[in-house]
Design a protein around this ligand. Structure first.
Ligand code: B12
Length: 210
């Protein structure tokens, strides 16, 4: 049935996406499997966009559909996780110049349901704003998200700004998002790259000793 969901997303059948998600949840399919299906569909749409076979309106609709699926899936993840005591604090945001937030939102709620107190500061976040939030919220972990190649420099600048503010040794910094990999991690000076939301949770747990 996950295949049905992938097809409904890539064929932009918005109503079917909703009803198939409902059916999957009702039949006990795990929320993580549903989100994996969404990622697969988004990869297909991304390739079509790159090839010039679909355009920004389709990307927007795809983003909306994924947002709706995430909203449906989220309560089920919270129900699964139950009430835990908080393991640590994380500041999460999409870096300056980049407004992609679907991946960040998934990372945020996976951290949340896995016991972290997450302060999500949104998209297009300037380096100075990260510095300010780290000062006030005092997280152990900072997560930088970015989906554009144009996000590399803002990520590097954010790491540098935390260094300049004397906060770099107080936090561990993880980065992730569509175009990010280990090479970009080295370029930006972050501590780790995580390929998906589960990797983000594993890194954060490793750093806070949870
Ligand atoms: C949906 C989408 C949009 C939507 C975004 C909606 C939204 N609310 O986010 C809209 C329409 C707004 C959009 C706009 C643009 N987009 Co766009 N978009 C996409 C698309 C199709 C999907 C992205 C997505 O949400 N995927 C779903 C998530 C769940 O995927 P994921 O990567 O698996 O997420 C996991 C990891 O990334 C990781 N992760 C994410 N963040 C973090 C952070 C940390 C700390 C960690 C550890 C892990 C982590 O965990 C996530 C969950 O498991 C991608 C194509 C693609 N294949 O990625 C293009 C894509 C990213 N977009 C692209 C482009 C070019 C644009 C535009 C410039 C288009 C334009 N001409 O206007 C604008 C840029 C606007 C801007 N300034 O940011 C390009 C980028 C190319 C590049 N090399 O830079 C892509 C790759 C498409 C393509 N193939 O050309 N886009």
């Amino acid at each position: 049935m996950s295949r049905e969901l992938i097809d409904a997303i890539t064929e932009m059948r918005e109503e079917d996406v909703q009803s198939i998600t409902d059916k999957l949840l009702a039949s006990g399919t795990s929320p993580v499997a549903i989100l994996d299906a969404c990622r697969e569909a988004m990869a297909v749409i991304g390739q079509r966009f790159e090839a010039g076979d679909c355009f920004v309106p389709e990307l927007i609709l795809a983003g909306e559909m994924l947002g709706q699926v995430s909203a449906k899936v989220k309560p089920h993840m919270q129900a699964q996780a139950g009430g835990q005591k908080k393991l640590g604090r994380v500041v999460m945001g999409t870096v300056e110049g980049d407004i992609h937030d679907i991946g960040k939102d998934i990372v945020t709620f996976m951290l949340d349901v896995n016991g972290f107190d997450v302060h999500d500061i949104g998209v297009d976040v300037p380096a100075a704003k990260f510095v300010e939030e780290v000062r006030t919220f005092q997280p152990q972990v900072v997560g930088l998200s970015g989906f554009l190649t144009l996000a590399y420099d803002p990520m590097k600048n954010t790491v540098q700004a935390l260094k300049d503010a004397g906060l770099r040794n107080k936090v561990k910094i993880m980065i992730g998002g569509g175009q990010i990999d280990e090479q970009i991690r080295q370029y930006t000076g972050a501590d780790a790259y995580g390929k998906d939301a589960m990797a983000a949770v594993a890194l954060a747990k490793q750093w806070v000793g949870g």
